[in-house]
Design a protein around this ligand. Structure first.
Ligand code: DC
Length: 223
């Protein structure tokens, strides 16, 4: 795919609680792009499996649930930002996808190859909505490897745990990162050519400012 003739995709990957969502939203707002949270898509499927009493440790059962569920892409405006989400039979489980139960199930669901195939296709279909800032774990390596705009965010484990705790969420981030990095299919890793940003001690304005400046520099070089 030649992105010059197609919508632009900014890929923002990184570890859990590394500031992907906050910064991806700031970048999308500054550029007037559509924001896509792919983690929320995996969480939506994890929630669906729990709802349907699918054993998330059973790869075949999760793959079957993914084949059967009726999920549709939807672009809606939230906090002045056009954002993509998956509606399941018309419903978006906004609160439910953030519960500890869903958080515990999601890395298992995200490790299933058939799920990753479905997600990749669905996430690529998001370009129907325009230029994108897409955050996740495998956007630069697997979903849009052709994009020239790849960023990888990280921060110290202590700082990331403190950020989650400030949101009232206590979870073992190291364990989830390990599962995300060690799975066989599309593991979390730094994409070739990605700009690595360790944002320990940085404010979101500093981190997003750095990303926006890099994008503008590259866009200028292409003209
Ligand atoms: O970013 P998050 O915490 O909402 O992501 C939820 C889980 O989904 C996380 O454990 C990793 C997985 N994920 C993934 O495997 N690939 C993505 N592109 C996005 C998320």
């Amino acid at each position: 795919m030649n992105l010059k003739k197609h919508p632009m995709v900014i890929a923002i990957d990184g570890t859990s609680a590394s500031g992907k969502s906050t910064n991806a939203k700031l970048v999308a707002k500054a550029l007037g792009y559509v924001y896509v949270d792919t983690g929320a898509m995996y969480r939506t499927l994890a929630w669906y499996c729990l709802q349907k009493h699918v054993d998330v440790r059973e790869e075949k059962a999760v793959a079957a649930a993914c084949r059967q569920w009726k999920a549709k892409l939807d672009c809606h405006v939230k906090d002045d930002l056009p954002s993509i989400r998956l509606l399941v039979e018309g419903y978006f489980p906004e609160k439910e996808i953030r519960t500890p139960e869903t958080a515990a199930a999601v890395a298992l669901v995200a490790a299933v190859p058939k799920v990753r195939d479905w997600m990749k296709k669905t996430q690529r279909d998001c370009i129907q909505f325009g230029n994108l800032v897409m955050e996740g774990r495998d956007i630069g390596t697997n979903v849009f490897p052709e994009t020239d705009y790849k960023f990888y965010l990280d921060a110290s484990l202590a700082e990331r745990s403190a950020r989650r705790a400030a949101d009232g969420v206590h979870e073992n981030l190291a364990a989830r990162d390990q599962r995300d990095s060690q799975r066989a299919v599309a593991p979390l890793m730094i994409a070739l050519g990605a700009v690595v940003v360790n944002n320990s001690g940085q404010t979101p304005n500093q981190t997003s400012g750095l990303i926006i400046a890099e994008i503008k520099k590259r866009l200028g070089e292409k003209r």
